[in-house]
Design a protein around this ligand. Structure first.
Ligand code: LLP
Length: 429
């Protein structure tokens, strides 16, 4: 699991024992590895180095300021989807001239905010939005760069709730409408329509959906150029997969082998928007077992102090996250089959759940786990992307702290919330 490895029967993040961090910061806690984040960023950059590529880290995957700062300092730009994410990216030291702004519902307020800060590019998702940006840019005396987000109607074969490039999805503009808009582009005198954008969904475990989408896009780029519109930028989105099971999955170089020839054909400056690939396996969520409970029907629950409000992916998408004790008596297998639990001696089949009052508050059902007791620590792996960033205070639960490890040092990069934080902003009348 990248920077997270067991040595001497205890889990480390880089060169620090997880249990040593937890003894100071408590549970639940998100722990990230700075060097894993940087390694993933550089791996992607290296795989695509043959073309001029700007990597815009997708802030929604992990929006902690210190995480964004690590990436800003490494030279990354940012992919934002709200005024709030733009605010965060800039606060973290992100250079506005490397920030792209996507999303189907940018409000006038958000558009003005982005214009004021001279961001790199708007990824536009509808005619209505194009008109708003054009009008607001004219008022502000600006000429923002715009990319049209194309909905290529490609099935990325991912979870229905994380697919974005099919015609029934709300995202982007289909080819016919895009062509019409491009022909009319002279009408929009306050924008510089100079790019196209496509994001298929995530995580995408094969290269084929990208290849199919890019073949279609190349034709559109050609048509644009035929009408005299120069497409200088192609934003090829994110969605690059990570391994949630320990199985090998394709890596940036595998994507690059098939994607690079197409990308070269586009003759554009390339923008990428990875999120999960950079942070997903660079973070874990550590939780403590509060109780174990066995029903009369022989079912065993491991009730821990993290819950669906801290990590919602299993409840929302039935997502599989590996879970293993921080100090296990049994070695974690190299890989797991999400559909078949392998029970060995000393292990049992359990449901690992949180304390939230919802039946969907289950991190793992029928999971083979070494026997654990009250007070034991569990690591929930692959939690660095869409973990804390999707967390909430549901059931009035203060959210966990976040910790960043660098070698043998660590820093708290977000304090654990307090009960006071739960009522902050409420007006008691
Ligand atoms: N670009 C755009 C326009 C996006 O909408 C997204 C993700 C990304 C880039 C980054 O995708 P990534 O490289 O991280 O896969 N909450 C879900 C994922 C939703 C992704 C939304 N958009 C999950 O936990 O799996």
């Amino acid at each position: 699991m990248d920077a997270f490895e067991y040595k001497d029967k205890t889990l480390f993040c880089e060169r620090i024992k997880i249990e040593d961090i937890i003894s100071k910061v408590g549970t639940p806690a998100y722990i990230y590895s700075k060097n894993a984040i940087l390694a993933r960023y550089h791996e992607l950059k290296a795989a695509f180095r043959e073309v001029d590529t700007l990597i815009c880290f997708s802030v929604k995957s992990n929006s902690n300021l210190s995480i964004c700062k690590v990436l800003a300092e490494a030279g990354a730009g940012f992919d934002v989807v709200s005024g709030g994410e733009l605010y965060r990216a800039m606060k973290a030291g992100g250079d506005p001239s490397k920030i792209v702004f996507a999303g189907v519902g940018k409000t006038d307020k958000e558009i003005r905010y982005a214009l004021k800060n001279d961001i790199f590019m708007f990824n536009v998702e509808s005619l209505a939005e194009l008109e708003h940006i054009n009008k607001l840019a004219e008022e502000a005396g600006k000429l923002p760069k715009v990319a049209l987000r194309i909905n290529p109607d490609i099935d990325a074969k991912t979870h229905a709730k994380t697919t974005t490039g099919k015609k029934e999805n709300k995202f982007g503009i289909d080819f016919t409408e895009a062509e019409g808009l491009i022909k009319q582009s002279a009408r929009y005198s306050s924008i510089d329509l100079c790019g196209l954008h496509v994001h298929l969904g995530s995580p995408v475990y094969t290269v084929e959906p990208y290849v199919s989408a890019f073949r279609k896009i190349i034709k559109l780029i050609q048509k644009c150029r035929d009408t005299g519109l120069s497409i200088e930028y192609m934003n090829i989105g994110g969605g690059y997969c990570i391994s949630y099971t320990g199985e090998e999955v394709i890596r940036p170089k595998d994507y690059a082998v098939k994607i690079l020839p197409l990308v070269k054909e586009m003759q554009c400056n390339i923008i990428m928007e990875p999120g999960r690939f950079i942070t997903g396996n660079s973070g874990v969520l550590i939780t403590r077992v509060t109780y174990t409970k066995e029903t009369l029907h022989g079912k065993k629950f491991i009730i821990c102090d993290a819950a669906m409000n801290d990590l919602i992916r299993p409840a929302l998408y039935d997502a599989f996250h590996r879970i293993w004790p921080v100090n296990p008596g049994i070695k974690m297998p190299k890989a797991e089959d999400p559909h078949k639990s392998m029970i060995k001696k000393g292990m049992e089949l359990v449901d690992i759940v949180g304390p939230v009052c919802e039946s969907s508050d289950v991190f793992a059902a029928k999971r083979a786990l070494p026997k654990v007791s009250e007070g034991d620590l569990l690591a929930i792996f692959s939690a660095g992307a869409y973990g804390f960033s999707m967390s909430s205070q549901y059931n009035s639960r203060p959210r966990p702290c976040e910790v960043l490890v660098d070698g043998d040092q660590y820093r708290i990069i977000r304090k654990r919330e307090t009960y006071g934080d739960l009522i902050k902003g409420e007006i008691f009348t």
